[in-house]
Design a protein around this ligand. Structure first.
Ligand SMILES: [Mn+2]
Length: 319
């Protein structure tokens, strides 16, 4: 285990641009034995072979780590997640370029190591196809999970361009395979021009709750989050955040941007509130295509802060 903050210990904080790249300066390890006693482990899943439009999310995990800031108390929640939780950065899953099947096997195996150690995995994508290995690893341990899913798109296609394993199909497959309980599944932020009646009809049959962007606009984020908490209810739940749920002004670096989306302020608060009130067994932040370096990359920056809000919420729940 390497503690990237150690050399700066006497100053109380490390500059963001210096030292080993780990999430939030968390201790870094690739040894499963070091996961013992961890509350949360960050896992990178740098793969983008399954996108239907713009590639580049393979650079997401590294950019999100580079956009991080050191630990400290959350000014609104008054909680320092890094002080209250044992958080480790477990590095990247050993993905293979141009071999999505073996990359998914590697991601599922790495996330499973975290789950089996009793820690909550938070996975940095990567395209949204990684939801399949991420959630499967959690469901193997906890049984069918509830799901709160922020996204422009439902990702419930049976196929995209005739391809069944795609970043547009993971939620269809996870529900059909019994890893996600459709009755405990809420989507938030849907808008634009996909999917069609076939996919929406399938969702309704499975009892999935679709909360559209016009619902967020008309009802407000607090009412929408209450509805999602009601749907997910008690029991193990996964939180999946596709940054394309945000308006492209907040996260222009993403594979399939759609104007008219959520604000960062709403998404960040929602993630903290959900993590504080639901029994989260895992989370992922996906579809970041970095276009710059470090805190200059606004899509990676909002992804880093999304994970920080989830961590703050978990710390609030356990306090
Ligand atoms: Mn998605």
């Amino acid at each position: 285990m390497i503690d990237p903050l150690e050399r700066w210990r006497k100053y109380g904080e490390k500059p963001d641009f210096a030292g080993l790249l780990s999430f939030g300066g968390a201790p870094y390890t690739e040894d499963p034995a070091d996961l013992a006693g961890a509350d949360v482990a960050i896992v990178g899943a740098p793969t983008d072979d399954l996108v239907s439009d713009r590639p580049g999310t393979r650079f997401g995990p590294r950019a999100i780590r580079a956009a991080g800031c050191p630990p400290g108390p959350h000014l609104e929640a008054k909680v320092d997640a890094f002080e209250q939780l044992r958080i480790v950065d477990y590095g990247d899953a050993p993905v293979l370029p141009a071999d999505p099947a073996r990359s998914h096997e590697a991601i599922e195996a790495t996330v499973s190591e975290v789950v089996e150690a009793g820690a909550v995995p938070i996975i940095l994508g990567g395209d949204h196809g990684i939801a399949e290995p991420d959630i499967r690893a959690c469901a193997k341990e906890h049984g069918p999970v509830g799901l709160v899913h922020f996204d422009t798109h439902t990702d419930t296609g049976k196929e995209v361009f005739g391809v069944e394993v795609s970043h547009g199909t993971p939620m269809y497959r996870l529900v059909e395979q019994g890893h996600v309980d459709g009755a405990r599944y809420a989507q938030i932020g849907l808008r634009g021009y996909w999917p069609g009646e076939e996919e929406l009809g399938w969702q309704r049959d499975k009892g999935v709750t679709a909360i559209f962007m016009h619902d967020v606009r008309d009802l407000g984020i607090r009412a929408v989050v209450e509805r999602a908490i009601e749907v997910a209810g008690e029991g193990p739940t996964f939180l999946s955040v596709d940054v394309d749920v945000l308006d492209p002004v907040y996260a222009p670096g993403t594979g399939t941007p759609e104007p008219g989306g959520m604000t960062s302020a709403d998404l960040l608060w929602a993630c903290r509130e959900l993590a504080a009130r639901l029994e989260l067994v895992g989370a992922e932040v996906v579809e970041v295509i970095p276009t710059a370096v470090g805190s200059a990359d606004i899509s990676a920056l909002v992804a880093d802060r999304t994970v920080r809000e989830i961590l703050t919420g978990i710390a609030m729940r356990r306090r």
